[in-house]
Design a protein around this ligand. Structure first.
Ligand code: NAD
Length: 476
């Protein structure tokens, strides 16, 4: 594959001197490579989006909705290829790759519906003062840059593309260099649907390409999902140009288990919250807070459940968990295992890389982790669970909130009044009660504190790509 960038409705070869290798993490070997987009090609993509904007933003909302439904249908038609590619390039187990595809399809369908409702949102505003009328117009923000990571490539891009196109924005998408082939489907679908040239552009590349996009003065907004360190650079670029930015960043989320829980059920939720996508989730519930009364019974069962997870190559084995997606991530997780050994943490399960080819690690559990430990405070982005015990509801809330992040949390309790009370007290963007990682397109996604700025999904995800205009007329 050489024509890997979609600019102004055409597939083009990358003109940078930087080569992108696409790897199979289960083997630790590349299976494709191509040249990254050059800075000049990023310029061309932004220029294409700019020239497509006037026509695209004046298309009817129902026309845009039809395109979005087309994206949903066409994703479905590419089902097997997209599932296989996610398994091969991300290392996702089949059932997870299927869920990601279904999520992306649902996202395009949902924003098609919201697009159709847009004309009704442009309405008169009742005024208390006599002599004037006023009306609201929701307008597209304009040309937006979208920069995404590698852990849920189909989904994260759908969460940005669908509302941006629904709002009438034109876009330049920069996928992660770790998983650059998956989002090419969006360009192929744009081709198949006859989406006007320049409405959707895709430039692939590493940090240099991302920086060329986020620093570009031809954008009206930048929406970024990724790490806090890069998010902070993206925010600096936005601030230099006084331009709006949405940031979906990292997390170090808590799962709080009260002692009235069914232990087997709680173990299932805890394991899912740390092993799904091999723990490479911004929303991984990687800090387990377990109440004193249940801890001694729960921890051995949790240890057994983690040790029994089937870890392997999703393309050739029945697995519960695949490899980490990149060698860099594998090395990072291994460095936390080393830190845990240096800190003398008590390891109940895992704590090591698997002795086989590919970037595999064991599902890991550390217990009684001190609050000051780097493993308790930092986002690891792997299947590494740290546990602490608590006595009271107040203590659980205080410890859960004692983090610079604020993305999600899970509360497990048979006492639903308590669970709701704790949910209200947690300083995060999304709380699950007696469930884990259930994300619905109608609800919001995003965090408080260091986990970001803004919200995706739901009507909030659409608002992120809209500008509110009021027209006020004097009747005199
Ligand atoms: P990353 O920040 O390294 O990269 C994200 C994207 O930014 C990639 O496309 C990358 O090429 C690009 N990039 C790198 N340097 C850049 C620069 N200087 N300027 C502009 N763009 C640049 O993150 P990652 O390793 O790909 O993803 C993991 C991180 O993403 C984790 O911290 C995770 O928590 C976060 N994440 C957050 C959410 C959320 O919804 N809050 C969802 C998924 C992932």
């Amino acid at each position: 594959m050489t024509n890997s960038h979609y600019i102004a409705g055409r597939w083009v070869e990358g003109q940078s001197s930087d080569c992108i290798s696409v790897n199979d993490p289960a083997l630790g070997q590349p299976f494709a490579e191509f040249m990254a987009a050059s800075v000049a090609q990023v310029d061309q993509a932004v220029a294409a989006a700019r020239s497509a904007l006037p026509a695209w933003k004046t298309t009817s909302a129902s026309e845009r909705a039809a395109y979005l439904r087309g994206f949903a249908e066409q994703l479905g038609q590419r089902r097997e290829a997209l599932i296989t590619l996610q398994m091969r390039n991300n290392g996702k187990p089949r059932h997870e790759a299927e869920i990601d595809l279904d999520d992306a399809i649902a996202t395009f369908g949902y924003y098609a519906e919201l697009a159709e409702q847009l004309p009704a949102k442009n309405r008169d505003v009742p005024l208390a003062a006599p002599g004037f009328t006023a009306r609201t117009r929701l307008e597209p923000v304009g040309v937006v840059g979208l920069i995404v990571p590698w852990n849920f490539p189909l989904v994260t891009s759908a969460w940005k593309l669908a509302p941006a196109l629904a709002a009438g924005c034109t876009v330049v998408l920069k996928p992660s260099e770790v998983t650059p082939l998956i989002e090419q489907a969006y360009g192929q679908i744009a081709d198949a649907l006859g989406l006007p040239a320049g409405v959707l552009n895709i430039v692939n590349g590493k940090a240099e390409t991302g920086a060329a996009l986020s620093n570009h003065n031809g954008l009206d907004k930048l929406s970024f999902t990724g790490s806090n360190s890069v998010g902070s650079q993206v925010m600096r670029s936005a601030s230099a140009q006084c331009r709006p930015v949405t940031l979906e960043l990292g997390g170090k989320s808590a799962i709080v288990v009260f002692d009235d829980c069914d232990i087997d059920q709680a173990v299932e939720w805890i394991v899912a919250g740390i092993s799904w996508n091999a723990g490479q989730m911004c929303s991984a519930t990687s800090r387990l807070l377990v109440q004193d009364g249940i801890a001694d019974a729960l921890l051995p069962r949790l240890q057994a459940a983690l040790e029994n997870l089937r870890v392997g190559n999703p393309l050739t084995e029945e697995v519960d968990m695949g490899p980490l997606t990149s060698q860099a991530q594998w090395l990072k997780v291994a460095s936390y295992f080393a830190t845990a050994r240096e800190e003398g943490l008590q390891c109940l399960a895992g704590g090591k890389a698997l002795d086989r080819d590919g970037w595999f690690v064991s599902p890991t559990l550390y217990t009684d982790v001190p609050k000051h430990s780097r493993l308790w405070t930092e986002e690891i982005f792997g299947p590494v669970l740290c546990a602490r015990r608590f006595a009271s509801e107040e203590q659980a809330i205080a410890e859960a909130n004692d983090s610079r992040f604020g993305l999600v949390a899970t509360v497990c309790s048979a006492d639903l009044d308590r669970a709701e009370r704790v949910a209200d007290a947690l300083e995060v963007g999304h709380v699950w009660i007696n469930s884990v990682q259930a994300v619905f397109v109608e609800t919001s996604w995003g965090g408080t504190k260091g986990s970001g700025i803004g919200r995706e999904l739901g009507p909030w995800g659409l608002s992120a790509y809209q500008s509110v205009k009021h027209v006020t007329r004097c009747l005199a």
